[in-house]
Design a protein. Structure first.
Length: 395
């Protein structure tokens, strides 16, 4: 089976497998992939923390398969294991729920949650080779979940082809572009890419790489520069570029140099369109006008890198907020998978471009904020609003 490691995890379809201890999740993953991806054991609780494996599945393509802990894990650390597994719901594109016993209450409850979250779900009767009455179990599952289950055996291979087909039918291929509607083939695009200290030496950070590759694939003429060489780059062009894309932290200086009829946006705003809900982010930015020195703001980063002195989320954005609202404004910063369940104390959430998250993960956070009536915006959108140029940028 081909395994394209060039496709980043954030661009892969995330498929999670759920069930009780020893329901056959790990065995099913191995049967689907034809490889020993997950550890298989008769000992309950073998799968502890969620196991993520990048694979290629026919009909779906690049995927991340997520093997979760047993839903009925009663070990000392069982609740912690289940809690860590449930965090995977935020990034799940397609869920596979395994049923194996007559008692289907836990699995049904999870299927209901998948429905509420809008996650496409496949119900599976696992280890059907050793079950005597699959017909009754099938009727119970269909009645309780509204989903007709597939009978699958990882040992004999029965039903695995049908399961692959069901997964493929649920996968909606989206030919989405970061720069859709902002430029056309043949356009000249200027990328302003300040290389701060958090970018590893000799490398360009992921958002810049992804945008650059897309523009080249689309047949655009791309010129790269830093903020210090932007004027020189513009002078080198025979005519102004159709589009300028900048790092958000340089919005103010880049706006001052951008030609009058040239469109301006940022890498963060492009990812806000691509990974999240740009309209919700623009709406959320309106809450900035309602903030005060007593407000509390949550800054959420997808990355878990060690902070540098130039860090945009932990240093530059907080400094910009304090210049506007005073030093007494309260700012909380979380990174990676850390994100509060209770958001009620915040006047605004500012999320990064989320180049490390899949779209489902970002949208789940937006949904959580909306459910609690907390405005949410994005780094690039927020910085454009704070610098007074949001109405001057394109999104």
């Amino acid at each position: 089976m081909s395994h394209n490691t060039d496709i980043p995890v954030s661009e892969r379809v995330h498929i999670s497998f759920w069930g009780r201890c020893n329901s056959g999740k790990s065995s099913l993953i191995n049967a689907l992939t034809g490889q020993s991806v997950a550890i298989v054991s008769d000992i309950a609780g073998t799968t502890t923390d969620p196991l993520l494996k990048t694979m290629e599945l026919p009909g779906v393509g690049a995927t991340v398969l997520i093997d979760t802990a047993g839903l009925d894990d009663t070990s000392v650390l069982g609740q912690q294991r289940i809690g860590r597994s449930r965090m995977m719901l935020d990034r799940t594109d397609i869920a596979i729920i395994l049923f194996h016993e007559c008692d289907i209450s836990i699995e049904t409850e999870l299927a209901d949650e998948m429905r509420r979250r809008g996650i496409p779900t496949v119900c599976v009767i696992s280890r059907c080779d050793i079950l005597h009455d699959t017909d009754s179990l099938e009727k119970s599952i269909t009645s309780a979940t509204g989903i007709k289950p597939l009978c699958v055996s990882a040992l004999t291979g029965e039903g695995t082809a049908s399961l692959r087909e069901r997964i493929a039918s649920m996968h909606k291929t989206e030919d989405r572009l970061l720069t859709y509607g902002l430029c056309e083939p043949g356009d000249t695009v200027l990328l302003v890419m300040p290389q701060d200290r958090q970018a590893p030496k000799g490398r360009i950070i992921k958002p810049q790489i992804q945008v650059l590759r897309e523009l080249l694939d689309r047949g655009c003429n791309v010129l790269c520069c830093t903020t210090g060489t932007m004027q020189q780059a513009l002078t080198a062009l025979s005519s102004p570029p159709q589009l300028v894309i900048t790092d958000s932290q340089a919005f103010a200086s880049v706006y001052g140099l951008t030609p009058k009829d040239t469109r301006l946006t940022s890498f963060s705003i492009l990812f806000a369109r691509y990974k999240g809900d740009i309209n919700e982010f623009i709406k959320g930015a309106q809450a900035i006008d309602r903030l005060s020195s007593s407000s509390r703001i949550l800054i959420a980063e997808a990355c878990t890198h060690v902070p540098q002195h130039e860090d945009i989320g932990r240093v530059k954005l907080p400094n910009l907020l304090r210049r506007h609202f005073g030093d007494s404004i309260s700012i909380d910063i979380v990174g990676g998978n850390d994100f509060p369940d209770d958001l009620s104390g915040y006047g605004l959430i500012i999320h990064c471009g989320a180049c490390m998250f899949n779209r489902r993960h970002v949208m789940s956070r937006i949904s959580r904020a909306k459910a609690q009536n907390i405005p949410v915006t994005n780094y690039g959108v927020a910085i454009a609003a704070l610098t007074g140029i949001l109405d001057k940028v394109v999104y």
